[in-house]
Write a protein that binds this ligand. Sequence first.
Ligand code: ADP
Ligand code: MG
Length: 279
Amino acid sequence: MRDNHAGGPARVLAVANQKGGVGKTTTAINLGTALAAVGEKVLIVDLDPQGNASTGLGVPREARRVTIYDVVVDQRPVSEAVVPTAVPGLHILPADPDMSGVEIELSSAERRSYRLRDALARNAEDAGASSGVTGYDYVLIDCPPSLNLLTVNAMAAADAVLVPLQCEFFALEGLTQLMRTVELVRSSLNPRLEIQGVVLTMYDRRNSLSAQVAADVRAHFGDKVYEAVIPRNVRVSEAPSHGKPALIYDLKCAGSQAYLKLAREVVAAERRRRAALAA
Ligand code: ADP
Ligand code: MG
């Protein structure tokens, strides 16, 4: 197996959780930036019609002429939609707040669950590859806050699901529901779908509930839970309004450092996976 940077197919990760406000978009942006910072080539696919990832990365509206909507609904080539960001090595396939009708349009489309997967496959074909997404080490799909057809498209296109989990009451119940959906997608649409990992977000060390939830999640999901824990950090929440990832806005803050640690864990796990495949 060819090693990456980015000669081989990308590792495609769906950043998913049906709950809103748990840190999906923040994780897609900052994990993407941290991966790029350690030398990986990264594409963020903004699959949420709210377009928060695109806005948070400072993509101006006029740079969103071709969006994920055009790609999944009208089969426009991925390459026409992708734009660079201010972060070297980090590209984004943007969304636009105008695309709120995408879910309805998709529901009557042919191969409606595979629209994103087919689009990524066409992109690889155009690049002359036999399989996988080319030109990137990682593709991070920022999912909307529901288990709708868009999220199903993400899971059908992904190699694995990365779950940001907010340390709050009922977190485990939500996670169980998400795991059932992953099972369902695996048995019907995408048999190779794996769980990449669970990352605890908005951890508040002054709140005993945070520690309790973290302990419960680790007890249930063991080594699927990353060691890196993202703290609740005001710099992380301020960054998007400046159109910047937290890592660019304030590299030294605890949130940025936690995302760097997460990126190193993700890269290490990917190396181990590739080594196991090659053996
Ligand atoms: P989702 O994409 O799951 O809906 P977001 O990533 O948009 O969630 O996060 C929801 C809100 O919480 C946003 O306002 C974001 O800035 C804030 N937020 C996310 N992570 C953190 C963090 N580690 N510390 C402080 N605020 C955060
Ligand atoms: Mg979001």
